[in-house]
Design a protein. Structure first.
Length: 659
DNA sequence: GCGGATCAC
DNA sequence: AATGGTGATCCGC
C-alpha cells in the first residue's frame, strides 16, 4: 500500500528557500493506483518557468504564472511538458518505493527504522572529512557574468530612454530581457508572444515589450573585448560562454597585493607565464623567485575583493558601458552562485573558511546549485529537501536514492565544494597531440526548426541543408568524426535520435557522405515510426573525433607527460603522483602552471572517483558498511591516499580502447 | 556503442 | 496559432 508512504506534496510554485512544507490542498490523487502519490501535474515547477532569475525577486508571481498558463494552455508544447512531468512523477514514486522497501527491511532487522541513516552518515564521515580538508584555502576563484549581455549590447548603441522601457532580444523566442522587462516576468527562453502578453497585461496596457533582433557578431566582438580586459588578471581564464568567464586571480593578487607590484608589471609577468608562452618559464622563475614564499602569504580578502571591483570597472570602460557582476570564492561552484547574488552590477565575496562557506550555501535553494535543474529540484523537493542544508542533513538518504555520479555531486554541493567542469585548471586537452580537433570539444552539431508537416521532399532538402552546414563547420575547424547522429523532433515535441559509427578507417567530414548516411537514417526512422510522421526539427551531430584516439593510443607506454595531458585525475592529484615521478619538460610546465596558479589545492578528482553510493545500494546490502570501513582502514595503512586519491582505473585503461 | 534525459547558456 | 540551438554528461541497456 503506497498510501502509507508519506504523501509528499507536489511542489507547486516553490519560490525560495524559506517556503517549507507546502501543504497543497489535498487534491492529491484520490484514485491513484499505487503511483502518482506525487502528482498534481497541473502547475508543476517543471512546466512553469520559475521566477528565480536575477531581477525577478518580489514580482507578482501569481499573476505572471496565471498569464503564462493561460497563454500556453492546450498547446502541443504544453502537452509534451506535462508528459515529461508525469515521467518525473513516476521516477519519484519509484524512489519512494525504494525508500519504503529499505525502511521496511531495515526495520525488521534492526527495530529502529531510521538507524540506517545514522550508519550511513557514519560511513560518510571520512569522505566528508577528506573533502573538507582538501578544499582550497583562499578565495581567488572569480566568475564574471555580464548583466543581460545581449540586450545590454543592443541598448548601448540606442537612445538611452529605451533602457527604461521593457526590452528584449529576440522575436519568436526571447534570448535576453532587460531588467525592466524582467519585472514583468519576461525572461530568456520565453516565447515572444507570451512576453508581449505579460507586459501588456501587467502594465495595464501602458507599456509594450520592445523586441530587438539579435546580432551575434556584435556580441562576439564585445565578448572578445571583455576577455581581453579580464585576461590581464588571469591569462588562462575560461570563457564559458560569450557572457561568462571563470578566472583564478590568485597569481595576480599575490604579485599585485602581496608584493605591491604595479598592475602593468603584474600583467606582463602573468602574460609570460600563461600557457601560450610557457617557454619563458626560466625567465619568469627568475623574476618571481621562490613561489613558495609568496604563494602562502596571506592577502586580506577585502584586498582581493577590491581587485575584482577594479576588474569589473575595467570591463565597463573597455566595453563602453557594459556592466557585469562577479562572485569571488574558494571554488567555482560558489563563485558562480555568488556572481548571481548581487546582480546587476554587483559582486559577492564568500570567505574560504568552512564556516563561511556553509553559512553562504546552506540557506540557498538547491536550485541555485549549478547542475541542479528543474527535474532534480523536483525530485529533491519530493523528499522534503529544499535548501542546501537539507541536502546535507539528508546526505545518507541522498546517497541511498541516487546514482553514484549524482550522489557524489550532491554531497559535494551540500558541502559547498564542487567545481566539476567549470574549473579553468582542468586540463584543456588541446594543443598536445591533437592534429585536428580544436579544443576538448567532443561533438559538433547543427539543427533547425521549421513548421511541421513538410513534404518528404522538403524534409530531405532540409536535412541536406543541415548536413552541408555542419560539414562546413567541420571543415573550418578541421574536425573529422567517426560517429554521426540524426535527431528528429516530431510535431508532438517527441525527440528521436539514431546514431551510427562508421566502419574503421572511414571518417566523416564531407557533406555528401553525411547526406547519404542521414537520408537513409531518416527513411528508417520514418518507416519505424507509427502514426503520422510530422517533423518540426531535424538535426545532425558528429562525435567521436578522429585525433582524440591517437593521443590516447600511444600513451600505453606510460610516458608521464602524455599521461598528464590526456588524463585529468592524475594531473589533479599532481602533488602526490607527479612530484614523485615526473621530470619531463611537459610535466614541470604543468606543475608550474597548477602550482603557481594555486588552482585550489587538490581539486575534486580524488573524491570524484570514489563510489560512495554503492555502499548504500540494495545490491551490496547495508551489512557491507562495516566492510567498507575496514577496507578504508586497510587502504590507509598501505597507502594513505589510495582510498580517496586513486585514479579511476577505468580512466586509464580505457584510454587505448576501442578505436 | 546507442538512445533517452537532463542541464547550462 | 505559436516554445531555440549548441554542447556535455549520465544512465541503462
Amino acid at each position: 500500500d503506497s498510501g502509507s508512504v508519506v504523501p509528499y506534496p507536489s511542489l507547486v510554485a516553490q519560490s525560495e528557500s524559506t517556503q517549507r512544507n507546502t501543504s497543497k490542498s489535498g487534491s492529491a490523487s484520490t484514485a491513484a493506483m499505487g503511483t502518482s502519490s506525487s502528482s498534481s501535474s497541473s502547475a508543476s515547477a517543471l512546466i512553469i518557468s520559475a521566477c528565480d532569475k536575477a531581477g525577478m525577486e518580489g514580482i507578482d508571481r501569481t499573476r505572471v504564472d496565471e498569464i503564462i498558463m493561460r497563454e500556453s494552455a492546450g498547446s502541443v508544447y504544453m502537452k509534451q511538458q506535462q508528459k515529461r512531468d508525469q515521467n518525473v512523477n513516476v521516477k519519484i514514486d519509484e524512489l519512494k518505493q525504494k525508500l519504503a522497501a529499505k525502511d521496511y527491511s531495515m526495520a525488521s532487522i534492526n527495530s529502529n527504522a531510521t538507524s540506517w541513516r545514522r550508519a550511513g552518515e557514519h560511513a560518510l564521515e571520512p569522505i566528508i572529512d577528506e573533502l573538507v580538508q582538501s578544499r582550497p584555502r583562499r578565495s581567488t576563484c572569480v566568475v564574471v557574468d555580464m548583466d543581460g549581455f545581449y540586450i545590454s549590447c543592443e541598448l548601448l548603441s540606442r537612445p538611452p530612454e529605451l533602457g527604461n522601457l521593457p526590452c528584449c532580444v529576440g522575436g519568436n523566442m526571447i534570448t535576453t530581457s532587460n531588467y525592466v522587462a524582467r519585472r514583468y516576468g519576461v525572461r530568456a527562453a520565453m516565447p515572444g508572444w507570451i512576453g508581449d502578453k505579460l507586459v501588456e497585461e501587467l502594465s495595464n496596457g501602458k507599456e509594450r515589450l520592445i523586441h530587438i533582433p539579435s546580432n551575434f557578431d556584435l556580441y562576439t566582438r564585445k565578448a572578445h573585448i571583455i576577455r581581453g580586459a579580464l585576461a590581464e588578471y588571469d591569462p588562462n581564464l575560461r570563457a564559458y560562454s560569450l557572457d561568462e568567464a571563470y578566472l583564478d586571480i590568485g597569481p595576480y593578487v599575490d604579485l599585485r597585493v602581496g608584493r605591491g607590484w604595479s598592475h602593468e608589471r603584474v600583467v606582463a609577468t602573468l602574460a609570460s607565464t600563461s600557457k601560450h608562452s610557457c617557454e619563458d618559464k626560466e625567465h619568469v622563475d627568475e623574476e618571481v623567485g621562490n613561489e613558495e614564499e609568496f604563494i602562502h602569504c596571506n592577502v586580506d580578502i577585502s584586498a582581493i575583493a577590491a581587485v575584482v571591483k577594479e576588474m569589473r570597472e575595467k570591463v565597463k570602460v573597455a566595453t563602453g558601458g557594459l556592466t557585469c557582476s562577479a562572485g569571488l570564492a574558494s571554488n567555482f561552484m560558489l563563485a558562480k552562485i555568488a556572481s548571481d547574488q548581487n546582480k546587476p552590477n554587483g559582486q559577492k565575496v564568500v570567505g574560504p573558511s568552512h564556516k563561511e562557506v556553509l553559512e553562504f550555501v546552506h540557506p540557498l535553494s538547491v536550485r541555485k546549485v549549478p547542475g541542479i535543474g528543474r527535474v532534480m529540484e523536483k525530485m529533491l523537493n519530493a523528499f522534503d529537501i529544499h535548501i542546501v542544508h537539507d541536502l546535507y542533513k539528508e546526505r545518507a538518504l541522498v546517497q541511498f536514492l541516487f546514482k553514484p555520479a549524482s550522489a557524489r555531486f550532491l554531497l559535494r554541493a551540500s558541502l559547498g565544494w564542487s567545481n566539476d567542469s567549470l574549473d579553468p585548471s582542468a586540463p584543456e586537452d588541446d594543443e598536445v597531440g591533437s592534429s585536428s580537433s580544436a579544443s576538448g570539444q567532443k561533438g559538433i552539431s547543427k539543427e533547425r526548426t521549421f513548421s511541421a508537416g513538410k513534404s518528404w521532399e522538403e524534409l530531405n532538402s532540409k536535412l541536406e541543408d543541415v548536413c552541408r552546414s555542419l560539414s562546413q563547420s567541420m571543415v573550418e575547424k578541421n574536425i573529422k568524426a567517426h560517429t554521426i547522429t540524426l535527431k528528429v523532433k516530431l510535431h508532438t515535441f517527441d525527440v528521436i535520435t539514431r546514431a551510427k559509427t562508421m566502419p574503421r578507417g572511414i571518417v566523416l567530414q564531407n557533406a555528401d557522405q553525411m547526406i547519404v548516411e542521414m537520408t537513409e537514417m531518416l527513411l528508417n526512422v520514418k518507416r519505424q515510426h507509427k502514426g503520422t510522421f510530422s517533423v518540426r526539427l531535424l538535426g545532425v551531430r558528429c562525435s567521436n573525433f578522429q585525433g582524440d584516439e591517437e593521443r590516447s593510443q600511444d600513451s600505453g607506454q606510460m610516458d608521464i607527460s602524455k599521461f598528464i595531458s590526456t588524463c585529468s585525475p592524475i594531473r589533479a592529484s599532481h602533488n602526490s603522483l607527479v612530484h614523485s615521478t615526473g621530470t619531463t619538460k611537459m610535466t614541470s610546465r604543468i606543475e608550474k602552471k597548477v602550482d603557481f596558479a594555486q588552482k585550489g589545492a587538490q581539486t575534486d578528482a580524488q573524491v570524484k572517483n570514489t563510489d560512495i553510493s554503492s555502499f548504500f545500494s540494495k545490491e551490496k546490502g547495508w551489512n557491507k558498511v562495516e566492510e567498507f570501513e575496514t577496507a578504508q582502514v586497510l587502504d590507509s595503512g598501505t597507502n594513505s591516499t589510495h582510498a580517496l586519491h586513486s585514479v579511476d582505473p577505468g580512466n586509464v585503461s580505457s584510454v587505448p580502447a576501442s578505436r
